[in-house]
Write a protein that binds this ligand. Structure first.
Ligand SMILES: C[S@@+](CC[C@H](N)C(=O)[O-])C[C@H]1O[C@@H](n2cnc3c(N)ncnc32)[C@H](O)[C@@H]1O
Length: 301
């Protein structure tokens, strides 16, 4: 036990202490939390194997010496290494589901969770969704959440990174959807059969431009570069994805795609493509929806 943490006894003591240390150290928060207190709670509760929404009655619980030593070690690790909390814990949360992760996959955090939770309404008729593809699946979070939201649909979870494919398959097994989610190595949509067509394509592709890659806070430098970087203007992957999506969607099909801060770059790259920018109650930006007909007229086959 270090001198700093000797007087700390309870769960809430450690959350408060960690938050003060994180704030003073000037950490960046962007992997599931956006402030020091939430980050501290995520690290402390996750390390103690307690749920992220733990009832406050338990916050006064005293910790064992071993728990206090572990928390002290992890608080220091978060500050010194700048590793995001989900990599320290080996676990991230998305759509209320736990996903195991390590540094070979992006940490789940897409605002598209809200879209999946709402069954993509009002954009699609949920009863008609039979085939979904998640392009750039990473940990499998989007594909697996989609499988659980649409139990009758088959979901293709596509990626090129071996680490992503391994974690997506592992997480699909953990959530009992291995039979429904086909985890496959595929450069975008290239490796899946042309038929049957897809009702929904959802993608959180790499979209960080070259300038932003240089300025990334240290926390993001722990994530795989190939999950983030997408050329000079951040649109390298999206440029290839849009025509492929046009060719693969059913007549009623929809593409949902996240490009984060790249809205201006997207608009410059595709000035004549009318897309709808979605709004989210829990925050987040840079996600668009576009229907098959619009894509097909912009990218005739
Ligand atoms: C921003 S991450 C998104 C991961 C996950 N969908 C999520 O939301 O947490 C982008 C993913 O796209 C994958 N990727 C990059 N280039 C790809 C390509 N050409 N084809 C398929 N996947 C690709 C990366 O390996 C990475 O897992």
């Amino acid at each position: 036990m270090t001198e700093h943490s000797q007087g700390l006894l309870t769960v809430v003591d450690f959350i408060r202490y960690a938050a003060s240390r994180f704030q003073a150290a000037g950490l960046h928060f962007g992997h599931g939390t956006d402030n020091a207190l939430d980050e501290a709670a995520a690290l402390v509760l996750g390390s103690l194997h307690l749920p992220p929404d733990l009832h406050s009655v338990y916050f006064q619980s005293r910790l064992t010496d071993a728990e206090r030593a572990l928390l002290q070690e992890r608080i220091e690790a978060r500050i010194q290494s700048r590793r995001p909390v989900p990599y320290i814990l080996g676990e991230a949360w998305f759509c209320g589901l736990s996903f195991e992760v390590d540094e070979t996959v992006l940490i789940p955090r897409s605002p598209m969770a809200e879209l999946i939770e709402s069954g993509f309404t009002p954009w699609v008729e949920p009863a008609g969704v039979q085939r979904i593809a998640d392009v750039g699946t990473g940990s499998g979070c989007i594909a697996i959440a989609c499988a659980l939201a649409f139990p009758e649909a088959r979901v293709d979870a596509l990626d090129v990174a071996p680490g992503a494919l391994a974690w997506a398959a592992h997480n699909a097994r953990r959530h009992g959807v291995s039979g429904q989610v086909a985890v496959q190595r595929s450069d975008l949509l290239a490796s899946i059969p042309a038929e049957p067509l897809l009702d929904v394509i959802v993608s959180n592709p790499p979209y960080v431009d070259a300038r932003a890659m240089i300025d990334l806070p240290p926390e993001y430098q722990h994530e795989p570069r190939e999950a983030l970087a997408a050329g000079a203007d951040g649109m390298d992957i999206v440029r290839r994805l849009l025509p492929q999506a046009a060719a693969r969607l059913t007549a009623e099909g929809m593409l949902f795609c996240e490009i984060g801060h790249g809205v201006r770059a997207f608009t410059q790259a595709f000035p004549d493509l009318p897309v709808t920018w979605l709004e989210f109650e829990r925050g987040g930006e840079g996600v668009f929806a576009v229907d098959a007909a619009t894509l097909q007229s912009a990218f005739p086959q």
